[in-house]
Design a binder for this molecule. Structure first.
Ligand SMILES: *Cc1c(COP(=O)(O)O)cnc(C)c1O
Length: 385
C-alpha cells in the first residue's frame, strides 16, 4: 500500500466519542436500543422533523429494511440510478426485484427525472433516488410522477444528511429514507446507518422486522405482556457502543458541516479559473439546493486526462479517486439486461470524474498543496478548435 501525504479520506475524532463509549459501557447496555441509540434517534428526529428514525448497522441494512417494509418481491421492478453504490440496487435485488437503471442528469449527476415516465411499468414498486454529493434530486417532479403512477419513492440519502431541497431536509421526501454513517461519510461511527420513516404507517412493522420479527419493542413499552415471533425479520440494530461514538459526532454536526463547507468553498474558489482554462467542470449546485458538502469532484475533459491527473497527484503523495462504475455495465447489471449505451451520461461521467481529498480534519496547508499540485498538471490533451 502506498502511503499518501494527503489521503483521500481520514476519519477523525471530534471530542467526546471515546468518553461516550466508556459511558455506554458503564451503563451496562452495549447491545442495540440503549441510551445512546435513543439519544441519536431523538436528535435526528428533531433535526429533520420526522416521525421516526431507527439506527441500523449500516446504510445498506437500512436499505434492506426498506425493501422488506415495502414488501418488494420476485417480479417487482425498482428504478435506481446506474450511477450509485451497489447497495442502492442490491437491497431490492435481495428480495427478488429487478433493478431498472435510470441515467443521470449531466449537471447534478442525480437521477434524471425526465426518464421516469418511460421507465415505469405496471411492475414498478419503487423509485430509489440518490442525492449525489448531497445535492438534492428534483424531488418536486419525482414526487409528482411517482404519486400519479402509484409508485413509492425511497431516498438513499447516504450523502445528503443535513442538506436540503427547497428548504426541506433531504431524507424527508420519500416514504422511507436511508442514512449511512460509514467512515467515508460526513458524520460517522465507522459502520452505521439509519432508517428514516416519514410515513408513520411503517413505524410499527419496522420495529418488528428490526427486532428479528418479534414484538419486543411493544413488550418493552408495556403494550404486551410477553413478546413473540410475529413477522419476518432480522437483526438490524446498531451496538450502543457505536451509537455512543455517533452521538458525539451528531452533537457537533454544525461544526462538522461548517468545516466541510470551508473545504468545499476553498476548492471551488481556488480552482474556478484553472478549471475554466482547461475545460474541467466543477460540481454544480442548483440555487434551490442546499448541499451537504459531502464531496468535491472534477469532471475532466477525457478519461485519459483523468488517469494522468490521478497519477500526477499520486506522485506528489496525494490520493484522488474515481467514483461509481455504471451499475448497468457491471457483471450483475448485465444479468438484468444492462448494456452499453443504455445510460450514456453515466457511462461518460464515470470515466471522467475524480474526487479530491476531503475530510473533516483537513488543514488549509493540505488544501493549498492539493490546489498547487493540480495547477502543476501538464498532461492536457492538445485540442484544436
Ligand atoms: C455509503 C453509501 C451507502 C451505504 O453504505 P454503508 O457502507 O452500507 O453504510 C449506500 N448508498 C450510497 C449512495 C452510499 O454512498
Amino acid at each position: 500500500m502506498a502511503s499518501y501525504r494527503i489521503p483521500f479520506n481520514k476519519p477523525s475524532l471530534l471530542g467526546n466519542e471515546l468518553n461516550y463509549m466508556a459511558e455506554a459501557a458503564r451503563l451496562h447496555h452495549i447491545s442495540g436500543d440503549g441510551h445512546y441509540t435513543k439519544r441519536c434517534q431523538a436528535l435526528l428526529e428533531e433535526a429533520l422533523q420526522v416521525p421516526k428514525v431507527l439506527l441500523t448497522p449500516s446504510g445498506t441494512h437500512a436499505l434492506e429494511l426498506i425493501a422488506l417494509l415495502l414488501d418488494v418481491r420476485e417480479g417487482d421492478e425498482v428504478i435506481v440510478p446506474s450511477f450509485t453504490f451497489v447497495s442502492t440496487a442490491n437491497a431490492f435485488v435481495l428480495r427478488g426485484a429487478r433493478p431498472v437503471f435510470a441515467d443521470i442528469r449531466p449537471d447534478t449527476l442525480n437521477l434524471d427525472e425526465t426518464h421516469l415516465e418511460r421507465l415505469i411499468t405496471p411492475r414498478t414498486r419503487a423509485i430509489v433516488v440518490v442525492h449525489y454529493a448531497g445535492v438534492g434530486c428534483e424531488m418536486e417532479a419525482i414526487l409528482e410522477i411517482a404519486g400519479r403512477r402509484g409508485v413509492a419513492v425511497v431516498e438513499d440519502n447516504a450523502h445528503g444528511l443535513l442538506g436540503a431541497y427547497k428548504g426541506k431536509p433531504l431524507g424527508t421526501f420519500g416514504c422511507l429514507a436511508a442514512l449511512s454513517f460509514h467512515e467515508t461519510k460526513n458524520i460517522t461511527c465507522g459502520e452505521g446507518g439509519a432508517l428514516i420513516i416519514n410515513d408513520p404507517q411503517y413505524i410499527e412493522r419496522a420495529e418488528i422486522i428490526r427486532e428479528k420479527g418479534t414484538d419486543r419493542a411493544r413488550f418493552f413499552r408495556g403494550e404486551v405482556d410477553k413478546y413473540t415471533w410475529v413477522d419476518v425479520g432480522s437483526s438490524y440494530l446498531l451496538s450502543d457502543l457505536l451509537a455512543a461514538f455517533l452521538y458525539a459526532q451528531l452533537e457537533v454536526r454544525e461544526q462538522i458541516q461548517a468545516k466541510r463547507r470551508r473545504i468545499w468553498e476553498y476548492y471551488a474558489e481556488h480552482l474556478r479559473e484553472w478549471a475554466e482554462a482547461h475545460g474541467v467542470r466543477l460540481p454544480y449546485v442548483p440555487p434551490h439546493c442546499q448541499q451537504s458538502y459531502h464531496l468535491f469532484y472534477l469532471l475532466m475533459p477525457s478519461p485519459e486526462e483523468r488517469q494522468a491527473l490521478i497519477a500526477h497527484l499520486k506522485a506528489r503523495g496525494i490520493l484522488s479517486v474515481f467514483h461509481y462504475q455504471p451499475l448497468h455495465l457491471s457483471e450483475m447489471g448485465r444479468r438484468f439486461g444492462g448494456h452499453p449505451g443504455q445510460c450514456p451520461v453515466t457511462e461518460d461521467v464515470s470515466e471522467r470524474l475524480l474526487r479530491l481529498p476531503f475530510y473533516n480534519s483537513m488543514t488549509e496547508e493540505e488544501l493549498a498543496a492539493v490546489v498547487s499540485a493540480l495547477k502543476e498538471f501538464d498532461g492536457w490533451v492538445r485540442r484544436t478548435s
